[in-house]
Design a protein around this ligand. Structure first.
Ligand code: ADP
Ligand code: ASP
Ligand code: MG
Length: 404
């Protein structure tokens, strides 16, 4: 049986840990293994920092050429460790593994996966160790698919090999009601639906890359998020029927690196928002939350929106330019914003969930700056210094310490 799984950064963070993974793989000689690895520990962060010492505006191609290298190191080391222990293994980079992406850099999209080489090596009874996070463009350049993207590399490989399961080994033993590093009463969940996991991941729960969840859903692949350091059962992400979805709130996600931009004094006329957000979209800036308020006396509006902190400088420059063209008053920015989201399929049929969230935040003195909702999610932008208090209060209010 072919098995595809992924080990994250902490899991391959030292020579000893890599040796332990090699032992774990070799203890299952009857299976064929495709192992996706992340860069060791904080290597990718260190590469990003190194880059910033040379240039604050690096060529995207060179940026990807640099930050993709961490995965080459861990893949080669794991392959060597297996061979040193008497096994057969080979490391393949994104290109060799047949992971083809769009031509953009930093957040390239995986367009096609052709696992011919992987299949060939598996037929030779080798463990195939693949670099996560990277692919190759049609120009034969190395691309990266977004921070945390190794999860997605594993899931697309599982899909291309026709598998229905993919294990994500990480430094927590499953998906919790919220980040267990932030709330000590957080509870491990045994199952989570694709839709809930997609919202949690997109709203900042780092444990899975959103695109990995999307790809798993599209291909009906059950994800098993589990600990690299034990063989305990973790959390399964899969399609759940309505009987199984009896939780109102399944989890809380926190995204700390948000920023807010307000355009004050824009004319209250048709076409203004279209112009502003059209320009931001043309520059690939992802807008998150939007609010517009009207100032009756002078018939102008204030448009406020959030972006991730990475996009803040670009977004502010573009907004200032558009504001000038529109004859708007001025632009104000604030980078100390965090987003707290509650997620649960059960919300659809239970009224009053958003009200409980707002009331809870109010009672602990947390001011809500912006709100967005979907059918199964409510998000509030708050001052970043208050984010931890907000998450803890919501965890208590929705009694998530009782979750299973
Ligand atoms: P890896 O390097 O294995 O990909 P990550 O650091 O990307 O690991 O993701 C695992 C981390 O995600 C955990 O250490 C935990 O702090 C964080 N996390 C955030 N939200 C959750 C959650 N709801 N459940 C479990 N872990 C979470
Ligand atoms: N090493 C990459 C990162 O740190 C990819 C990953 O770990 O998934 O973002
Ligand atoms: Mg990760």
């Amino acid at each position: 049986m072919i098995k595809v799984y992924k080990f994250g950064g902490t899991s391959v963070g030292s020579v000893e840990k890599i040796q332990a993974i090699a032992d774990r793989i070799m203890s299952e000689p009857n299976n064929q293994h495709v192992v996706v690895v992340s860069a060791m520990g904080h290597t990718t962060d260190q590469l990003v920092e190194l880059c910033s010492k040379i240039s604050t505006t690096p060529e995207p191609r060179e940026y990807d050429a640099l930050i993709s290298t961490g995965e080459n190191v861990s893949a080669a080391l794991l392959s060597m460790a297996i061979i040193a222990k008497g096994g057969k293994a080979i490391s393949l980079n994104g290109s060799q593994a047949g992971i083809y992406t769009s031509n953009g850099h930093k957040r390239a999209k995986i367009m096609d996966v052709r696992p011919d080489r992987i299949q060939l090596e598996l037929n030779e009874n080798k463990v195939v160790v693949v670099t996560g996070f990277q692919g190759v463009s049609e120009f034969n350049d190395v691309t990266t698919i977004g921070r945390g993207g190794s999860d997605t590399s594993a899931v697309v490989l599982a899909a291309s090999l026709g598998l229905k399961e993919c294990d994500i080994y990480t430094d927590v033993d499953g998906v919790y009601t919220t980040d267990p590093r932030c709330v000590s009463q957080a509870k491990k969940l045994s199952v989570v639906s694709y839709d809930e996991m997609l919202e949690l991941a997109s709203m900042g729960a780092q444990v899975l890359h959103p695109r990995a969840v999307e790809c798993a859903k599209e291909n009906g692949i059950t994800l098993h998020v589990r600990s690299s350091f034990s063989s305990d059962e973790g959390t399964r992400i899969k399609e759940l029927n309505s009987m199984e979805l009896n939780r109102t709130v399944t989890g809380i996600a926190l995204k700390r690196d948000e920023a807010k931009i307000s355009v004050v004094g824009v004319a209250d006329q048709p076409g203004i928002a279209g112009k502003l957000f059209g320009e931001l979209g043309n520059h690939n800036v992802n807008i998150d939350m939007i609010i517009q308020s009207n100032e009756q006396e002078n018939e102008t509006n204030t448009i406020t929106f959030t972006v991730s902190e990475d996009d803040y400088e670009d977004a502010k420059k573009i907004t200032e330019r558009v504001a000038k063209e529109l004859g708007a008053g001025h632009v104000v920015g604030d980078t100390s914003i965090a987003k707290v989201s509650i997620v649960g399929v059960g919300m659809i049929s239970k009224p009053g969930v958003a009200a409980t969230m707002f009331k809870t935040l109010g009672e602990c003195g947390v001011n809500i700056q912006l709100i967005t909702t979907s059918e199964i999610k409510v998000s509030c932008a708050v001052e970043s210094g208050q984010a931890d208090v907000a998450v803890q209060a919501l965890h208590d209010a929705f009694e998530l310490h009782n979750a299973k």
